[in-house]
Each structure stands twice: as structure tokens, then as C-alpha cells.
Design a protein around this ligand. Sequence first.
Ligand code: NIG
Ligand code: FE
Length: 405
Amino acid sequence: MTWDTLLLNAELATFDGDAPYGLIGHGAIALKEGLIAWVGAQADLPPQARAEHVVDLEGALVTPGLIDCHTHLVFGGDRAHEFDLRLNGASYEDIARAGGGIASTVGATRTASTDALLEQSLPRARALLADGVTTLEIKSGYGLELDSERRMLEVARRIGLSLGIDVRTTFLGLHALPASHKDRRDAYVDEVCERMLPALAEQGLVDAVDAFCENIGFTREEIRRVFERARGLGLPVKLHAEQLSDQEGAALVAEYSGLSADHLEYLSDAGIAAMAGAGTVAVLLPGAFYALRETRLPPIDALRANGVPMAVATDCNPGTSPLLSLRLAASMACTLFRLTPEEALRGVTVHAARALNLADRGILATGKRADLAVWNVRRPAELCYWIGGSLLSNVYVGGEMLELG
Ligand code: NIG
Ligand code: FE
């Protein structure tokens, strides 16, 4: 047999199986035609094994390429002034009700040209890639009318093509009520369900459908309508749930066999039970918890006790989480939420893959996509332990080594 690439002398954190980190010391991993062709202890390599490229990693750590399963990284402008306002005592809800918050980013996004949006957003995706992210979810939700939502999703796809990473796009029409529909909520929900979602899905721009279930967002009844429409179109759903208050959003998304419920600081026991029953992933977003100076913790022990898989993501957005490192999100998940480093790293690999409905990645195992991150450290816990810095040595996406320019 001849492989394309064979990496030798690696510490492999496979996240496959139940051993801590799925660790294989002094391991080898072979790539062929974009997939992992062989993985195991180097001593067990078949004697007839050959490869075009053989690389000695000298004991470096290899993980699956990291997966950021929740971002809003395509947007115009920034909201640094709101950071000031919050530090001076204004709450996120106060700012939103005064016409700032999401609405202000909607203005800046609508007025930016498509090229300008790409130019502003690309460096954010590049920063995530520089920290090991090879699969990235990007949501719409700062357009709130068909053409601007379309442009956001197109820019998201262009980011993937331009960087050579896999971008998954989520339609978030029910993110905020646009000013044009003040006092006409139903008309906006109609527009999302009857016009925007079908048109964007038709164009192949929608991998999943999300909504913001909150006092300052949308009600369960409104969200149920868009979930019904998504179901009719065969699209999976997920939800911003219980971020600022308990709206019983987790139970709603679980009822639709949702991929994930995200944030969850105010999640109830009933919500946890519903998620456990439906196999819905809990996506933890410690960047938003940190930036909003939230004090209420998501119910980590109860999620763990009920076997709900926990993913960790950046929530990269201009308001609540201007966070450009998934590794830092994992570190915060340990320090702020008390995940173990292993849980946090499973949260940015195998459980994040599940939150995106991607069965072909997230672990190092034969037959999975050859998306790998090679690090300048030797032990997996170091990825959560070092705060900042650049620890990435190389990434492979679909078996090809990427330029990290
Ligand atoms: O995930 N909560 C709603 N959506 C984002 C924030 C968006 C914004 O403030 O621009 C979040 O926290
Ligand atoms: Fe979000």
C-alpha cells in the first residue's frame, strides 16, 4: 500500500474511545485521498507501509482539526463603544432596547458592500484557523432582510473557499426584529418563513436554521413557526436558548430533535431532561459569559450527570463575544465553567462535530476526513493551559497541509 502522507512519532489525541483523550503515545497516522487511512501505535505499522511524504513529528501533539460550531463572524463595523457602556453599568438588554446591540450591527452590515464584508470578516476567520480551526460554522442574522442575509451567507461561503477550510452556514433570520417591522412581529416571522428561508435554502446556502429565544429576541411560538418551516424543507434546527433567562427554549429545540441548544446559563432540569432525551448537544459559550460579566453558570454538573454531550465554541460576534480563539474558549470553559481539559477538548472536536451533524470528522480514526492540527506542545491539556500564544505548527485539511499565511 502507498499512502499520500505518513506522520510518525506523534502524540495522537484521537478522542476516539474512552481512554483519556483517546491518547496514543508514539503514534503514527497515514493520510490518503483526503481521509485518514491508518492510525495507531507506530510499532504496529504494517511492515509493507509506504508513503509519498513521510514526516517525523518528533513527539509533537496531533489532534483532529478543531471545530468552531457557533460563530457570527461575518458582520460590518464593531461595537467597542458598547463595551465601554457595559463597563459603566449598562446591561446588554438595556443597550438592545435603546436601539444599540444587534440592531446597530444590522445597520453596519447592510451598508457594507459584499467585498467590504468579506474584507472585514476574513481576518477573523484567519485568526481562528491560526489557532487550529478547520471547520467553522457561520450564522447570518445581521441582515434581517433577504438580500442582506443572502450576502452574509455568500460571504461566509467565500471565506471557506478563500482559506481552504470547511464553512457551514446557518440561517438566523429570527435574531432580532428589524426596525422596519416594529409592531409588526407576525409580518416579520411570515417574511422569514415564507420568503427568506425558502429562497436561501433553494440557493443551497442553508445548512441549518437557528433563532434567538429570549425576551429581547423571539417567543417560542414565533420560533416554532420557523422550525416547522425548516422541518418542511428537511433542514436541521438549533437554538440560542436560556442565555439571559429561562424561556424553555431547550425543550422546544429538543422537541424538533435539534442539533444543539446554545448558551444555557438559565437552563432548567426539565430542559436538560428534554435535551438528553433528544440527543441535543449543549453548546457552551464561555466568551459571552465572560464578556457580559455573567455570574450564573450553565448547569454543568447536571448536563454531565444526564449524559448530555457538551461542545464549546467562540460565539465570535461583535456584541457579546468578540473572541478570536477557540483554544481560549476551551481554556475559559475549564477556568470559568469547570470543565476538565479533556471535556473542553472533546467539546471543540467530537462534540462540536455532532453539533454540526458532521459524522465524518472530530476524531482521529480510519475513514474520517484527514483534518488534523499539529501543535508545538506534547500534552493535550496544554492546549487549554496556555492562555494565548501561538501553539499551532501545521494544519491538514482533507489531507492537504494548509499555508497559515
Ligand atoms: O450569541 N444572543 C444573541 N446573539 C449573539 C449576540 C449577537 C450580538 O450581540 O450581536 C450571541 O450572544
Ligand atoms: Fe450566538
